[in-house]
Design a protein around this ligand. Structure first.
Ligand code: ADP
Ligand code: S3P
Ligand code: MG
Length: 163
């Protein structure tokens, strides 16, 4: 079976649906941001502030490379699939599911957020452009899951039906 990997833009509900999915499949759930926060003993926001995005991406790549292939749910950060190298690693370790919904829904979830450094001081238009610039990375080798109007429970069921 390998890993069941969730990708998608910030706010897509990867972390939330992943926990539900882990419960339903009775599998451990690894959230790469949470693993990094544990390893470096600081929040993602603090990592960006202390080391910058480039270094955070190095930490993230290293984390993905070290993931075991034993059955588990892995929820990635929204930027984890930007590097071809990372997408390759993930594809070899399991099946990638791209969680998507209308951008307006994502934006509503993100507009008050202060924990995601990439959103800081960005307008709605700028965030939408970032989303569009990443789409091809999210689509690469993934099964698309439309989450519009769905609860984390529904999303988990949809993923299970496609396994
Ligand atoms: N299916 C959903 N429907 C409504 N709200 C959701 C759903 N999934 C997640 N959320 C909410 O959206 C926000 C972002 O969810 P999160 O799981 O952290 O997304 P991601 O890990 O993709 O960035 C949280 O406030 C969460 O409670
Ligand atoms: O899209 C991104 O580049 C990022 C997404 C975040 O995770 P979520 O997608 O879980 O918010 C986190 O990894 C970091 O803030 C960078
Ligand atoms: Mg998350």
């Amino acid at each position: 079976m390998g890993l069941v990997i969730l990708t998608g833009f910030m706010g897509a509900g990867k972390t939330t649906a992943g926990m539900e999915l882990g419960k339903k499949l009775n599998l451990p759930v690894y959230d790469t941001d949470q693993l990094l926060e544990k390893k470096y003993r600081m929040s993602v926001k603090e990592m960006f502030a202390a080391y910058g995005e480039e270094k955070f991406r190095e930490f993230e790549t290293e984390m993905l490379q070290h993931l075991s292939e034993a059955p588990a749910v892995v929820t990635t950060g929204g930027g984890a699939v930007l590097k071809e190298e990372n997408r390759h690693v993930l594809k070899t370790k399991g099946q990638i599911f791209f969680l998507y919904c209308d951008f307006d829904v994502l934006y509503d979830r993100l507009k008050e957020d202060t924990a995601r450094p990439l959103l800081k001081e960005k307008s709605k238009d700028q965030i939408e452009k970032l989303y569009e610039s990443r789409l091809s990375c999210y689509l690469d080798g993934s099964v698309k899951i439309n989450t519009t109007g769905k609860t984390p429970h529904d999303i988990a069921d949809d993923i299970i039906s496609r396994l």
